[in-house]
Design a protein around this ligand. Structure first.
Ligand code: 5GP
Ligand code: ZN
Length: 122
């Protein structure tokens, strides 16, 4: 736990979030400002600043987290099959656009009308 780290506090339960999944490695919760119908954040429980700090020794926990992404995406509203899908994104470092300096993966999905989907009754 890193002092004054927002995602350490969410992972420990000190700050509330809408959790959808948790295990020994990670927690997954809804982004407070969703950018799409589905917008989750997957956060390792231990503090690591970003993908810039990841090393070969991190392969096990990182691999377990990545292997969970498809089922968490589907269980939380991402659409299945080739017509569905999701975006998995890790902004890393200042030049990578990262704002919260605790590694996190955005899981973003659902239909996004601004990308040209036709409304059902149009
Ligand atoms: P970044 O820009 O670092 O990749 O993404 C940080 C994300 O954290 C943003 O999408 C932002 O909306 C989200 N976020 C910031 N503060 C909170 C918070 O207190 N709770 C939750 N659930 N999400 C947050
Ligand atoms: Zn942290």
């Amino acid at each position: 736990m890193s002092e004054n780290c927002l995602f350490c506090k969410i992972a420990s339960g000190a700050i509330p979030a809408k959790l959808v999944y948790q295990d020994d490695d990670c927690v997954v919760f809804h982004d407070i400002h969703p950018a799409a119908p589905v917008h989750l954040l997957m956060v390792p429980r231990h503090h690591i600043a970003s993908m810039q700090q990841v090393e070969a020794g991190d392969a096990a926990w990182l691999g377990r987290m990545m292997a969970l992404v498809p089922q968490i995406a589907l269980a939380n509203g991402c659409n299945p099959g080739p017509e569905g899908g999701f975006r998995l994104l890790a902004n890393s470092g200042k030049e990578g656009g990262q704002e919260v300096n605790h590694l996190h993966f955005h899981i973003i999905g659902g239909k996004r009308p601004w990308q040209g989907h036709t409304a059902p009754n149009a």
